[in-house]
Design a protein around this ligand. Structure first.
Ligand SMILES: [Fe+2]
Ligand SMILES: [Fe+2]
Length: 311
């Protein structure tokens, strides 16, 4: 029996303005998280269609149940990110174009690649999440706490549920495809696709959100882009236009923790990887307990301050 709980949460994005710079203390992280919202909509839409296709091929009832709960959690994430992005589009209508482009690319993947490739895509990418989100959640005090509580709460919820269902995509992949070799063989093309999607989102941010509001060059997290900039400084004919300062979202995080996350990401792609054995962020357990106790998790920080509880 699956342990996953499908939680339906609504965040107050309709009630007041949704800032692009939702954590003014870290503009690079603000942009990065916004990009996650754009990608999540396309990726999770792809997952829902993929599971619908995969279901008839799943013979083990336990795996079928896991797949169903996994799909429904992802569906909830997608819905909430749509509300967040709709709020951003209200302020910057050009971002609709960016959303259409990202979702269009994932739709293309659904239409043009075999089911086993999308199962591997989901298993490979989701396997990296526990390490990456642990780094973020372990540093919530600087990454989320100073920000807009609705946006911070959306990401904290999404990331703890990614930790909760960290084994699901691999269980489903193994039950239908079951080849570590295939998963590893297609990994480079999968991660190239993910990076291309992030790039589309960040190009859109640079294009449609004025620099005075985004504060940074949204492409600054890309190692390739940074290298191109360095080259441009040495050889002016390769110079790229200046699109703002280029800090990185994790510049202030402990280096040891960043390296640990990187090691985890690499380990997640190796054969026989068991996501269930990964170290999980302490905040995830706190979050699940508070949710169970009826705490208003859609206002993670302000509910705590006011002592207000849900329901
Ligand atoms: Fe998700
Ligand atoms: Fe997920």
């Amino acid at each position: 029996m699956t342990d996953l709980i499908v939680r339906k949460l609504t965040f107050a994005f309709e009630q007041h303005d949704v800032p692009f710079l939702w954590n003014p203390e870290n503009p690079a992280f603000s942009a990065m998280a916004n990009a996650v919202s754009f990608l999540a909509i396309g990726f999770e839409k792809m997952i829902v269609k993929m599971i619908m296709q995969a279901k008839p091929l799943i013979t083990d009832p336990e795996v079928a149940e896991e797949a169903d709960a996994f799909m429904r959690q992802e569906g909830q994430h997608s819905t909430a990110h749509r509300q967040h992005v709709r709020g951003l589009i209200r302020n910057y209508p050009g971002l609709q174009e960016t959303l259409d482009e990202v979702v269009g690319e994932f739709d293309k993947l659904t239409a043009e690649t075999p089911l086993k490739y999308r199962l591997a895509y989901t298993a490979d990418l989701e396997a990296t999440f526990t390490s990456v989100f642990k780094l973020m959640l372990d540093n919530e005090a600087v990454l989320f706490r100073p920000g807009d509580d609705r946006v911070a709460s959306l990401f904290i919820w999404h990331f703890v549920e990614e930790v909760e269902h960290r084994s699901s995509a691999l269980i489903i992949f193994d039950s239908i495809v079951g080849s570590d070799l295939y998963r590893m063989r297609v990994a480079p093309s999968i991660f190239r696709h993910v990076l291309r999607m992030i790039r589309i989102a960040n190009i859109g941010f640079n294009k449609h959100v004025p620099l005075e509001e985004r504060k940074i060059d949204a492409l600054s997290m890309s190692a390739t882009y940074r290298a191109q900039h360095r080259l441009g400084k040495l050889l002016p004919r390769f110079a790229l236009p200046d699109q703002g300062p280029m800090p990185r979202a994790f510049d202030d995080l402990p280096l040891g923790e960043q390296l640990l996350a990187l090691r985890g990401v690499i380990r997640s792609q190796l054969p026989k990887h068991k996501p269930a054995h990964e170290k999980t962020p302490a905040l995830a357990d706190v979050w699940f307990q508070r949710y169970q106790d009826g705490y208003d998790v859609t206002r993670w920080y302000t509910a705590e301050a006011t002592g207000a509880e849900a329901n």
